[in-house]
Design a protein around this ligand. Structure first.
Ligand code: ARG
Length: 249
């Protein structure tokens, strides 16, 4: 009986204490757009995925508590630059234009822009999109590199911009656009989730994903790079990536 009381007493003392400890940790806010599996997407109310897990591991290394703020992809850079969030992580490609407004960490993954079409599509390659007289409608997620490259290459009129990747894919399945240009891993997830779609073999553009941090916040840039290097060394990055990619392929 005494033992039981002692256990109960110990529990009463430690549980609130742990809770207080977790609450007292400083918050590290991550801006993302959580419609981009396997990097960030919802499982019920929780944002999970490669970026969410790497970010949580970084926060742990920094002795901080991660908070994920979901927003439009096109709002992330500004949210980082104005300090609304501490960093942006969203399968985000390093581009010269973005580097004008934010710093990027070392790259933690690569991506490739690919083209999704319906299985019976007449589009068989990127060349078909460029073909003389071709006037295909291209769906993209607004403000992404897919949007930027396609708008440069095919002009505003050919490019149809949607708020999320899934919205662009819905436009494809419902016949509003003829193809969708988007990053390869989300493309695989969208094709797996929708009947009658395929990814063209010919890749469009290869890119590097990194974490965006405010230009003046060089301390955080350094700590994030140190944390990333340690997580890489410890095999944690690989373990997180293969939990979401690869195993199923
Ligand atoms: N890699 C592309 C870019 O940086 C697309 C990223 C979209 N990410 C997202 N979470 N929706 O523009």
């Amino acid at each position: 009986m005494k033992k039981l009381l002692a256990v109960i007493l110990a529990l009463c003392l430690t549980i609130p204490c742990f809770a207080a400890l977790a609450e007292d940790l400083p918050v590290l806010k991550m801006g993302t757009n959580a419609a981009f599996p396997p990097y960030e997407y919802y499982d019920g109310e929780t944002v999970i995925g490669i970026d969410a897990e790497i970010a949580a591991a970084i926060a742990e290394k920094l002795g901080m508590k991660l908070e994920i703020v979901d927003m439009e992809f096109g709002a992330i850079i500004n949210a980082v630059a104005t300090g609304k969030v501490d960093f942006g992580m969203a399968g985000m490609t390093v581009t010269d234009e973005r580097l004008q407004s934010v710093n990027f960490s070392d790259s933690y993954a690569t991506g490739v822009q690919v083209i999704i079409v319906k299985e019976d599509s007449p589009i068989a390659s990127l060349d078909d999109l460029h073909a003389e007289g071709a006037s295909y409608k291209i769906g993209v997620q607004e403000a992404t590199t897919g949007d930027i490259y396609c708008t440069d290459d095919f002009g505003e009129d050919a490019v149809f911009k949607y708020k999320t990747g899934p919205d662009a894919v819905l436009a494809l399945t419902s016949g509003k656009v003829d193809c969708v240009v988007i990053d390869n891993e989300p493309a695989k997830a969208f094709v797996a989730a929708n009947e009658g779609l395929k990814i063209l073999e010919t890749a469009y553009v290869e890119e590097e994903y990194a974490i965006a941090i405010a230009l003046e916040n060089t301390d955080l840039l350094d700590s994030i790079n140190d944390a990333l290097a340690a997580l890489d060394e410890e095999g944690v990055l690989d373990a997180i990536v293969s939990k979401y990619i690869g195993a199923a392929e």
